[in-house]
Design a protein around this ligand. Sequence first.
Ligand SMILES: Cc1cc2nc3c(=O)[nH]c(=O)nc-3n(C[C@H](O)[C@H](O)[C@H](O)COP(=O)(O)O)c2cc1C
Length: 257
Amino acid sequence: MGLQLFGADPALMAAAAQKAEKMGVDLIDLNFGCPAPRIVRNGEGGALLKEPGRCSEIFEAVARAVGCPVTVKLRLGWDEDRVNAVEIARRAEEAGLAGVTVHGRTVSQGFGGRADWEGIGLVKRAVGIPVIGNGDVATAGDAVAMLERCGCDGVMIGRAALGNPWIFTQARELLVGERPGPPPALQERLRVLLRHLELSLNFRGEAEALREMRCQAGRYLRGFPGAARARDSIIGATSVDRMREVIRELPGGASID
Ligand SMILES: Cc1cc2nc3c(=O)[nH]c(=O)nc-3n(C[C@H](O)[C@H](O)[C@H](O)COP(=O)(O)O)c2cc1C
């Protein structure tokens, strides 16, 4: 399991990485791609791409500080006039990082437009360390297409996995040449939704779990008859106990272990 850090101060990042390593993480990833205004305003996340020298300082400080692999997640550049992912990825390689993930958008694009998979391919061809492609993989078929088009070593899936964690199994099936199984039935979706609720409750406590699951529930139910009404009743639950009951009252929900 990897843990991602963001920040702009090399010494602080190194200290945080050591702390994370002591917690037992297998890998540390550095966030050089976040476009959120409150992050980039502080020169952190995607704003670091504007400062290649500082990128190297952070890479070197963190790589020196820990024994576990360190990777970085980038965007293509700050904006279309400052596309420099190849340069930053080369700096990562020189500093001894173990890999780089490239989201095929610039920071100023946010989530708009389409991810530029060709840009990911350019980074792949420029460095020897593993390159993981990211951006607009909506289906298992897209994951295979990205591997083929970019020549990258792996694919990272973000939004399409929300409410659909089965996408990883589906992509693996396609990659190893197995016939993809049927999409998960409603009962299987409800089983995983309930497990997500329990994990969220244990990890975050009741108030945060309720908030998270109000966002997530609709995604698990998408496409099933009556999904909108079911989602509304889950969102309306004011306790985790009630949310569990509402999910179990849905068709097939009562027989989930
Ligand atoms: C709600 C949300 C939270 C995200 N948080 C992070 C984050 O903490 N670190 C990170 O590197 N990327 C984060 N991302 C970006 C995704 O990892 C990914 O780069 C982006 O969504 C594009 O990939 P996709 O098209 O597969 O979603 C986040 C995206 C979303 C939608």
